[in-house]
Design a protein. Sequence first.
Length: 118
Amino acid sequence: MEVYNFSKKEGKKITKFDSNFIMSRIIQTEQKAHIGCMYLEENGVVGYHQAPVPQLLLIMNGEGYVRGEEEKYFKVQSGDAVFWKKGEWHETKTGQGLTAIVIESEQLDPSSFMSIQK
């Protein structure tokens, strides 16, 4: 499991075409990708299971805890991105609730755009 950061402070100011916004790049895919939005309510859980393909979990709102194959949980919050490789066992849970975007594809490389958290 790897944890990345895509928060506003990681972004770049865009001014092309008279624009004025900040863009945090996340990923680019060469193969088909499934993108979904997960809403975990209070005490919600995505149960412990193996990733059928590489998965990237982008925490948009709220906070929770994630784990990989070890039974050690890491706190995640808005702006964090968690990456699990194909076949990696993992779980996500929250006490207060969280909303996350999930990107799944056979070929994902989040390190090409985002910085890994230490």
